[in-house]
Every structure is written in structure tokens, then in C-alpha cells.
Design a protein around this ligand. Structure first.
Ligand code: ADP
Ligand code: MG
Length: 232
């Protein structure tokens, strides 16, 4: 827990630094991206295949900087989190098209299971909750490079007054030495990773009295998100 507090403090500091610079980076990037697209179109029209390929690489790299800056902004927002009673099924439904589209591109099947005994109303900020589920399903899909199965399972645990969303994949799993570090800001094993996805998820869940647990060995990963049921 002490480590978690330290890591959250570190995230807050990163956020403060990012607040001052992220916009300054994003605005010029938008301009560069726009003009590169124009140049790319012209090159295509002129049959400059090779040069067009270079432009594509540049646009992709700009995309990477953009998403990193986007994550910085996530940390820097003085988030007035709006905690309300939200239906987890609705939150998931809203982001399902995005997930399914990504899955289709990577030969991944998506299965949704519901084991609910009540309407899964939880005390949370719906937009931030979407962010959490998108980060986690993204990780799951990135782990299944050759396709696989993504399962989203919804349960209610009435004894603990919680809704549990389980996101599991059939990827390679997480080795023990890696598992210890995955919540550290900037820890990543991916070439294009930022290492901010899980720390952001945990921070968001922490703010709404939720919890995240990850179970993984050498076959597949299960991520459990616990959310507090709205008091009836
Ligand atoms: P990023 O995705 O940018 O690397 P994250 O904080 O989202 O950053 O994840 C940190 C690391 O945790 C990943 O680089 C990966 O090694 C590991 N990880 C997270 N989710 C999974 C998963 N479902 N399967 C395997 N490894 C995972
Ligand atoms: Mg990630």
C-alpha cells in the first residue's frame, strides 16, 4: 500500500509537469500532421510511392507522440471526477464497438458473459471508467498477437457489495518478474508502449474506491476490476 501511495504521488508529479507542456506539444503536432497528410496525398497522385511510404512512417510516429501526450494529459487534468451512479453494462456497451473493431483487425473473438444478480449500478465516473476498460482491453488484445479470445465477464458480489468485471485473454501471460513491476509508471515491455496504462487505471479506480487485481502465469491473463455497488 505504501508503494501504491508513492506511485500515485509520482503520477501526480508527472501530471503537474505534463500539464505545462502537453498542450504546447500537441498543438504543433496537429499542424505537422495536417500538412504531412496534404503532402502525402500529392505524392500519391504523382506516383511517388517510396516518398509516400516515408510520410506514412512519419504520420505513424506522430501518432505515437500524440498518444503519449494524450496519456500525459490524462494525468495532468485537475480531474473534477464526477462520481455518479452508473450502470456498468451501459458503460461497456458504449465502448464495445471500439473493442470489436480492434478485435476484428487482430483476429480476436470477443465473448461477453453476464452473471448478474442485480442491476450493476456503481459509484463511479462513467467517462473514466470507459478509459479504464479501454486500457485493459487494449492490453489484452496487444497480448494476443496471433489472435485469441477476449472475455469480458460481469458479476455481482452482493456480500462485498461489489460489481466485478473480469477481462481475460488467451495471450502468453505475465512472468513473475514482470508482474511485480507492471504498475510502475513508465514500465513497459512493448516497443511502442508508454507504461502508463495500468498506473492510470489504478489511480482512477483508487479515486472511486475500486480496485484492480491481475492474475497471470504462463498462460493467459485475468484482470479483475472491483467497483462499489451503489447503496440501495
Ligand atoms: P503499456 O501497455 O504501454 O506497456 P501498461 O501500463 O498498460 O503499459 O502495461 C504495462 C505492462 O504490463 C505491459 O508492457 C505488459 O508487459 C504488461 N501487461 C499488461 N497487460 C497484459 C496482458 N493482458 N498480457 C500480458 N502482459 C500484460
Ligand atoms: Mg497498455
Amino acid at each position: 500500500l505504501k508503494q501504491q501511495v508513492q506511485q500515485n504521488n509520482r503520477l501526480a508529479t508527472i501530471g503537474q509537469i505534463a500539464a505545462g507542456t502537453a498542450h504546447e506539444i500537441r498543438n504543433p503536432l496537429t499542424a505537422i500532421k495536417g500538412f504531412l497528410q496534404v503532402i502525402g496525398h500529392r505524392m500519391k497522385e504523382n506516383g511517388q510511392q517510396k516518398e509516400h511510404g516515408y510520410i506514412d512512417v512519419m504520420l505513424r510516429e506522430i501518432g505515437r507522440i500524440s498518444s503519449l501526450v494524450g496519456e500525459f494529459l490524462m494525468l495532468s487534468k485537475p480531474r473534477h471526477i464526477k462520481v455518479q451512479s452508473v450502470n456498468v453494462v451501459k458503460v461497456l456497451k458504449d465502448i464495445l464497438p471500439i473493442i470489436k473493431n480492434e478485435a476484428l483487425l487482430h483476429n480476436i473473438d470477443v465473448v461477453i458473459k453476464q452473471q448478474l444478480t442485480t442491476i450493476p449500478m456503481v459509484e463511479a465516473d462513467g467517462e473514466l471508467l470507459k478509459q479504464v476498460f479501454l486500457n485493459l482491453t487494449k492490453n489484452a488484445m496487444e497480448a494476443m498477437k496471433d489472435g485469441g479470445l477476449l472475455t469480458l465477464c460481469l458479476k455481482t458480489d452482493e456480500k462485498r457489495r461489489q460489481v466485478v468485471v473480469e477481462i481475460s485473454d488467451t495471450g502468453p501471460g505475465i512472468p513473475k518478474q514482470v508482474l511485480e513491476k507492471i504498475f510502475e509508471p513508465f514500465f513497459t515491455t512493448k516497443e511502442n508502449g508508454t507504461g502508463l496504462g495500468l498506473p492510470i487505471c489504478r489511480q482512477i479506480l483508487c479515486e472511486i474506491d475500486g480496485e484492480i487485481r491481475i492474475k497471470s502465469g504462463d498462460k493467459g491473463t485475468r484482470v479483475l476490476v472491483h467497483l462499489p455497488l451503489t447503496k440501495a
